[in-house]
Design a protein. Structure first.
Length: 115
């Protein structure tokens, strides 16, 4: 079972996306702030990171880009609000999804990125 690290400061987004991914057969660990995300990332191996672009505790774009520099790199999906297209395109996420995300689209994107 693939292990996903999900970061969003929004409890509603965390619950919705985590529920979609769990229903799709993935194991999900959630982080509500940047420090928590980094703590989980240091403590365990993850197959995929799902990151909400709109965070105040950490620069989400830099976080996504840093995942690509890891050895081995961790694939990522960036969640963005409509109107954030320019910012979303500046990062190296494997996939960008715009909220609200359909649960089936979330699972399909995760499976595609996981290969």
């Amino acid at each position: 079972m693939s292990k996903v690290l999900l970061f969003s400061e929004s409890a509603a987004t965390r619950d919705y996306v985590a529920g979609s991914l769990v229903h799709g057969g993935l194991q999900v660990i959630t982080a509500s702030d940047g420090a928590g995300f980094l703590k989980y990332l240091a403590a365990a191996k993850f197959d995929l990171a799902v990151i909400d672009l709109h965070a105040y505790s950490i620069n989400s774009l830099e976080l996504v880009n840093s995942l690509k520099r890891r050895v081995p790199p961790i694939p990522s999906i960036l969640l963005a609000n409509s109107g954030s297209e320019q910012a979303a395109l500046k990062c190296s996420a494997d996939q960008v999804l715009f909220k609200p995300v359909d649960p089936h689209d979330m699972v399909a994107a995760a499976n595609k990125v996981l290969g």
